[in-house]
Design a protein around this ligand. Structure first.
Ligand code: HEC
Ligand code: HEC
Ligand code: HEC
Ligand code: HEC
Length: 145
């Protein structure tokens, strides 16, 4: 009986540990389903390091806007970026509709993710602070995987 109870408890415990790591992954390979095929090599993002080592607050990257203000707080559910930035990439070329940068970011995942990742790295580079990659090749060293 006791052995069974301990076994059952350790299963519950293990499950909790697995669940916790799923909630805030150490690293993640970004691969949005909005791109049926990827033109560029996939990017591995050091999620936990960005928060713990580079001291970036969760709410610098995660948001839910209510009346123009970010009301997301730690503990709230996190949706994937492409749940809201729900289209892949703005059309380009002379026939493409004119859109402001802000509109593009809100609509297109491609614009939102590059504004978030590369935008922060570029801003820090300008201030001569430790930063992450800013060029296409540094993040996407190769063409398709
Ligand atoms: C800081 C890292 C970073 C930089 C710099 C960067 N990207 Fe990306 N890029 C990403 C991430 C992350 C995604 C999202 C991938 C996903 O979720 O599928 C992405 C997605 C893409 C995609 C869509 C997916 C695909 O492979 O077709 C293309 C195209 C792309 N980037 C091209 C570029 C180009 C061109 C540049 C330079 C102007 C650039 N990226 C700079 C991180 C970066
Ligand atoms: C530098 C930006 C950044 C910071 C800081 C950050 N996150 Fe994230 N987080 C992301 C990105 C990007 C994703 C991937 C979203 C996607 O796939 O669309 C993500 C995914 C997640 C997910 C869901 C996916 C998973 O399995 O991990 C959770 C939960 C999460 N973050 C919580 C947090 C919490 C809590 C903090 C602060 C302790 C935090 N994040 C800090 C950018 C960040
Ligand atoms: C619940 C919906 C939602 C989710 C999930 C979401 N966004 Fe947004 N995001 C928005 C809206 C709406 C705006 C426009 C806000 C405004 O302009 O007032 C926005 C604005 C932005 C901006 C421009 C403003 C700023 O804060 O710099 C960036 C960059 C951005 N999002 C990136 C991301 C990334 C990266 C993720 C995933 C980690 C993400 N978003 C997840 C809804 C969302
Ligand atoms: C708010 C600022 C900020 C945002 C947003 C951000 N980064 Fe960074 N990133 C940094 C800083 C700061 C460093 C390096 C600091 C250092 O080396 O001390 C860094 C380092 C990196 C590195 C190299 C070191 C490592 O940990 O792998 C990569 C790759 C990287 N970032 C990718 C990304 C991607 C992909 C995203 C978007 C999903 C992203 N970053 C979003 C600030 C940011």
């Amino acid at each position: 009986m006791l052995v069974l109870a301990v076994a059952a408890m350790s299963v519950v415990f293990l499950f909790a540990v697995v669940n916790a790591t799923q909630e805030c992954a150490e690293t993640m390979t970004m691969e949005s389903k909005l791109f049926p095929t990827h033109k560029k090599s996939l990017v591995t993002f050091t999620h936990k390091k960005h928060n713990a080592d580079y001291k970036i607050a969760c709410a610098d990257c995660h948001h839910v806007f209510t009346d123009g203000k970010n009301t997301w707080k730690e503990g709230d559910a996190v949706q994937k970026c492409d749940a809201c930035h729900a289209e892949a990439k703005a059309a380009t070329g002379k026939d493409a509709p004119k859109m402001s940068k802000k509109e593009k970011i809100q609509k297109y995942y491609y614009s939102a993710i590059h504004e978030n990742c590369a935008g922060c790295h570029k801003a820090l580079k300008k201030e001569a602070k430790p930063t992450g990659p800013t060029s296409c090749k540094e993040c996407h060293p190769a063409a398709a995987k």
